[in-house]
Design a protein around this ligand. Structure first.
Ligand code: SAM
Length: 170
């Protein structure tokens, strides 16, 4: 299996290196069943595993290339992906793997043609849910935070809310 440092045709970009802080994990953990099994395939410094374990979840988080990794069976992908690759990541998750996930994405992702294509591909208007924080997400680096809003985008997560409720505000 390819490591993240040698991840096939995908270049790594420093711009994608953001640590997700504990308060954001706490935000999404409030929606997860207790003691969930969580897969976090996007590796930066390993802190996201420690944070989710602190919140009572069991985590798989290894420094391997996401695109050549097999999802651990029975685990829910819940992570902050490299935004520069979000189009390929979303396509891989919905079209190739068709597995449940919750990802942080820039809010603008929802207005892209490729996201609309994925909604059509999923063939159910209930497949996607969006959790919209009332405050802009901030990340843990010393560098400035992104100048755009982010949301939690969920796919095939029936535990999130009643089926009719696709927009959740927190
Ligand atoms: C926004 S950071 C989030 C890191 C961590 N999951 C967190 O939440 O703190 C996304 C990370 O994914 C890594 N990454 C980029 N391409 C990847 C790939 N193909 N497979 C696994 N990780 C990748 C980047 O190097 C980057 O550090």
């Amino acid at each position: 299996m390819a490591t993240k440092k040698n991840c096939g045709k995908f270049q790594l970009s420093k711009r994608d290196d953001w640590e997700t802080p504990l308060d954001l994990w706490r935000q999404i953990a409030a929606f997860l069943p207790p003691k969930s099994r969580i897969w976090q395939p996007f590796y930066y410094n390993g802190s996201c595993k420690a944070y989710m374990e602190q919140l009572g979840h069991q985590v798989v988080h290894e420094e391997q290339d996401f695109f050549s990794s097999q999802p651990p069976p029975g685990y829910l992908l819940c992570d902050n992906p490299p935004f520069s690759k979000r189009r390929a990541i979303l396509r891989h998750l919905v079209v190739t793997l068709d597995i449940s996930f919750i990802l942080i994405v820039p809010m603008s992702t929802l207005a892209t043609a490729y996201f609309h294509d994925l909604v059509a591909h999923a063939n159910s208007s209930q497949a996607f849910k969006v959790i919209i924080p009332h405050r802009r997400m901030r990340f843990g680096n010393a560098r400035s935070d992104p100048p755009f809003a982010c949301v939690w985008l969920a796919y095939k997560c029936p535990f999130l809310a009643p089926p009719c409720q696709q927009l959740l505000f927190i």
